[in-house]
Structures are given as C-alpha cells and as structure tokens.
Design a protein around this ligand. Structure first.
Ligand code: KG4
Ligand code: ZN
Length: 339
C-alpha cells in the first residue's frame, strides 16, 4: 500500500510517501520545508505568517515528494493528513490540499491526529512493537504520558499542567538570548556545561501522579539570570546544562515510575524533544537498569520533529483497518486531543 502523508500543523510544510507492507514500513520520499528562518526573527511561530508560507510551499513540497519517490498519483492508495491538534490556519492548508487531491484523484483519505503521528514515527522499518506501550510524547505543544494498549487504543496517564517540555526549552532559550527553536541550541551549549552548577527545581518529581509542570523551572532560570547575572556575562553553557538536566530528571523518573506501575512491554519516546540526545540516552539507561522486561525505543532523529512520514505511517495503521474519513466532513480541528 502506498500512502501520501501531509503535515502542516505548525510551521513545517511536509509531504512524504511511504510504502506499507505486511512486514514493514519504508519511506519513499520525505520532504520537510522548514519555516524556521522566517519565524526566527519574531522569536517564535507567528500563526498568520505560518499559514501564508504553507500556502506558498505546499504544492512545490508535494511535487518534490512525488519526484523523489518517482511515484505518479495513480500508484497512491491513501492520503493521510494531519487534522489536529495545531494552529487552525496552518492545519487548514494541509487538510484542504488533501481533500482536493482525494477528490481529484479519487483516493481514500484519513484525518490523522498529530500526536498519534509522533508515536508512529517509531514504527519505521519495523512492524512489531510489543504492546501495551507507555508513550512519552514531548513536543513544543504537548508533554504527555499515554498508555497505548493497542493500535488506536489510548489512555492518558499524565500530562503537563502548564508549559510543554519543548516550550520550556524555547522560552528558556529566549530569555538567555538564544534563537528559536531553543531545544537544539540548548543541547549544543549544554555539552560544554556543568549540569551541577545550578540546582534548578525538579517540579512535581515527588508527587504521586504522573503529571508534569515546567513553568516554575523556566521562572527559576529567569530569577537566576536577573538576580545573579544582571550586569555580568551569562554562563550560558552551565545554565543550559543545568536546565536540561532538570527537565530530563523529571521526564525520566516519572516515565519509569509509570511504566513500573502499568507493567508495560515497551517505552516509546516521541515528539520534537525526543531529538534530545541526553534524554534519549538517559531514558535508555534507566529502562535498562530498572525495567528488566521492558524494551525502549525512540524514533530516528529526522522523524522526531514534525514531518509527514510519521503521519503517513499512522495513516497506514488506520488504512489496514479501513478506518477512513469522509472527505465531505473532514475539517481541521485545532483542539483534537488523542485521548
Ligand atoms: O514535535 P515538534 O517538531 O513540534 C510540535 O509538535 O510542537 O517539536 C518542536 C519542539 C521545539 O520546542 C524544539 O525546541 C524541541 O522540539 N526540540 C528539542 C530538540 N530538538 C527540537 N528540544 C530539546 N532538544 C533537542 N535536540
Ligand atoms: Zn509535533
């Protein structure tokens, strides 16, 4: 089965083609047209600007994806498109494009949840992941622990009560003078820093629930910067390393605790922050040391941040169940929660 994936939920215009067989999923083309340079000068994503860029980028991105895969439209079986959550004006560009293509080419269409797409980024090259799995989804808009009992069956275990993990990376980066998006830059600077220099709070670490909170951590960085370094040069590497370690400590410890309680077979990392190398490594070694029978998987680096391959892969698992959407009714839903 050949699936065309389209993703425009935020500031990346992405189109992919994948092939799904009984045994594995393969990427035929993977195009992401990034708008980072456009939004960088505003310090974050400007929704109206993002939507306008999507309108300009979507057809050239589609064209590139079809050329890279050397696939003509008649070979495509299904179109999978992100329906939500995300920025409504951005989502509409992808959804409307998918509907036009489905209508013109007479194809089946599937509206995919963006967070489900992040989870399915882990399915590349394999088919069998032992379920139930505990998914730690950490992106710019979401931080959630979701129990995946089976394909399409999810239960919310915990979530952030304020900022998402990626949002905290971006906000801290901004207040210490780094560019958007902050996550990759903080990771880079943290490499040279001392993670023990500043003892930032580990919010909600010792609470019995599986929720998170990152806004207090961001405020702690702000106080430090204003009080202790207002006139002095900021020790950027040490701040980045200490902040990053505080985020990782909370994410790893709460995930392990939830996995023990729920007795899951697999721990799945997903979302843009899953690209963070120390997070990947520390979660892997915590699973290794503390959960003998649980497997840990994380997505390939280029499938962590927003892309359309993950949407097409989630679409594949809907398509094999014939779980299609009706294109007459398919609309963007900016607040569509997976659970
Ligand atoms: O999943 P994503 O591409 O978009 C949303 O759905 O939100 O995630 C983007 C987020 C941004 O906040 C970005 O700073 C963060 O992922 N991110 C990282 C890294 N790479 C991207 N955070 C920490 N370390 C990274 N290496
Ligand atoms: Zn995302």
């Amino acid at each position: 089965m050949i699936i065309l994936g389209i993703e425009t939920s935020c500031d990346d215009t992405a189109v992919s083609l994948i092939r799904g067989t009984k045994n594995k999923l393969t990427i035929l083309s993977h195009i992401v047209s990034s708008q980072i340079m456009t939004h960088r000068k505003y310090g974050g994503v400007v929704p109206e600007v993002a939507a306008r860029r999507h309108v300009i980028n979507i057809i050239p991105t589609l064209d590139s994806a079809l050329r890279q895969a050397k696939i003509s439209s008649d070979k495509i079986d299904v179109i999978a498109v992100t329906r939500g959550p995300g920025l409504v004006t951005s989502l509409r560009v992808g959804v409307q494009t998918a509907k036009v293509l489905a209508f013109a080419w007479r194809k089946k269409i599937i509206g995919v949840n963006h967070m489900e797409g992040h989870i399915y980024a882990n399915w590349l090259g394999r088919h069998k992941i032992s379920l139930p799995a505990l998914c730690l989804i950490v992106s710019g808009g979401h931080t959630e622990l979701i129990l995946m009992k089976n394909h399409g069956q999810y239960k919310l275990v915990g979530q952030t009560r304020d900022d998402a993990a990626g949002e905290a990376f971006d906000k801290v980066a901004k207040l210490i003078g780094l560019k958007y998006p902050g996550g990759p830059l903080i990771q880079k600077l943290a490499k040279q820093g001392n993670a023990n220099r500043f003892n930032f709070p580990r919010p909600m670490l010792y609470q019995k629930n599986y929720d998170f909170s990152f806004s207090g951590l961001k405020t702690a960085v702000l106080y430090l910067v204003k009080k202790e370094f207002s006139e002095k040069k900021l020790p950027l590497a040490d701040i980045c390393a200490s902040f990053q370690q505080a985020v990782i400590d909370v994410l790893v410890k709460k995930t392990i605790r939830a996995a023990k309680k729920l007795n899951v077979k697999t721990i799945i990392l997903a979302g843009g922050v899953a690209a963070n190398d120390p997070l990947r490594q520390q979660l892997a070694s915590a699973v290794n040391n503390e959960l003998e029978l649980t497997k840990y998987i994380s997505p390939p680096l280029d499938l962590c941040t927003d892309n359309a391959s993950m949407i097409a892969m989630a679409g594949f698992f809907h398509a094999i169940k014939k779980d299609y959407s009706d294109w007459h009714q398919l609309e963007a839903d900016p607040n569509w929660e997976l659970v």
